[in-house]
Write a protein that binds this ligand. Structure first.
Ligand code: DGJ
Length: 347
């Protein structure tokens, strides 16, 4: 009886989180269960937020995809309703159970009226060597998403920011030209004109690529740039403010946290100017023990952006916590400071 009381009472307490973010704490959904949407992204559709992320399970096996992509919805960003599995792993094929399916992102295509999901896919049993993009589509925002195909990026295409004379055979993007460029940590960005871009760690994680998507968001147009050459950036996130494009990412240290990176550019194509680690204060050099996954613009609020990061727990991935923090601007730079508890009015 007392156990039952503690359990029920505990759930009720946690569920009353409404109105505050508590980075690093358990974050219960409407069932009182810690949200399971790691490496996630956000879609605002018809006044509701949809949070898509990796559904993790307990134990080290949880670093592989055992279930699929989980979806939650919210009207206020604090309280989340479990909307179930949006994309399920399959019994066979590219997204079979046991593959690695990371950092899913969903965007809405107003022309086709389809919801389009891209994710980083590693075929089952091949470690991180496949380095592919997975694409899935749905008629309803919460799914079910239908897996279409997986692919390497922009096969046969040269980056538009490298001249032929500067290409040498030992460069990794030349090595991968025919079969397509590697895709690992990834992000989608939709610009004000409706054009969408795929941003991903490529070339064995050495260099990011930014590739334009076709009008239906289901393929590459073939136009892309190489960015941050040789800088080993992961966890890319992009947002736009006052006509400038901002980037946040991390270094490459597996599941272990490192110092975040930031950059600004006048165009999605660059040139990108690095602005250093945007995090300040205690544990800033470890990004507060997190890694970026998305930057969320608060709608109707010109200067409010939320840093969304993951605090990975690779020995028990289901326990991974979410680090959401307000982004503040200082001139052309942005910065992120730790806050134990905050709300949208506290920017
Ligand atoms: C860091 C990446 O950001 C994660 O998505 C994941 O791929 C891990 N590395 C794997 O070590």
């Amino acid at each position: 009886m007392s156990f039952l009381f503690t359990f029920v009472f505990g759930s009720v307490c946690l569920a009353q989180q409404s109105g505050k973010f508590r980075p690093g704490q358990l974050w219960p959904d409407d069932n009182g269960v810690h949200i399971n949407a790691h490496g996630g992204g956000m879609l605002l559709y018809e006044g509701t937020y949809y949070w898509f992320g990796e559904h993790k399970v307990a134990g080290e096996i949880g670093n592989t995809a055992q279930v699929g992509v989980h979806c939650y919805s919210s009207k206020d960003l604090y309280n989340w309703v479990d909307r179930g599995i949006a994309l399920a792993v399959s019994d066979e094929g590219d997204i079979q159970k046991g593959c690695i399916l990371e950092r899913p992102k969903v965007i809405y295509n107003a022309r086709t009226k389809k919801f389009v999901m891209w994710f980083h896919l590693e075929l089952k049993g091949k470690g991180y060597s496949s380095a592919r993009a997975g694409i899935a589509v749905a008629d309803e925002v919460t799914g079910p998403y239908r897996f279409i195909r997986s692919t390497r990026a922009t096969p046969g295409q040269y980056p538009v920011n490298v001249s032929d004379s500067a290409c040498t055979a030992d460069q990794l993007f030349i090595r991968d030209l025919a079969g397509g460029q590697m895709v690992r940590d990834q992000q989608l960005f939709v610009d004000d004109d409706g054009k969408a871009y795929h941003i991903f760690a490529s070339e064995e994680n050495q260099t990011l690529h930014i590739a334009e998507l076709t009008d239906d968001y289901l393929d590459y147009t073939g136009k892309y740039v190489r960015a941050f050459e040789g800088r080993y950036m992961e966890a890319p996130a992009i947002f736009k403010k006052d006509g400038l494009y901002y980037f946040m990412g991390s270094g490459c240290t597996g599941w272990a946290p490192n110092a975040a990176r930031s950059a600004v550019a006048p165009s999605i194509w660059g040139p990108w100017t690095e602005l250093g680690n945007p995090c300040v204060g205690r544990d800033a050099e470890k990004t507060f023990f997190s890694q970026s996954t998305y930057i969320l613009p608060v709608p109707g609020e010109k200067d409010k952006f939320i840093y969304m990061g993951d605090r990975w727990t690779p020995s028990n991935p289901i326990d991974g916590r979410y680090i959401w923090l307000p982004i503040r601007f200082e001139g052309r730079k942005f910065k992120i400071e730790w806050v134990d508890e905050w709300g949208l009015d506290d920017f």
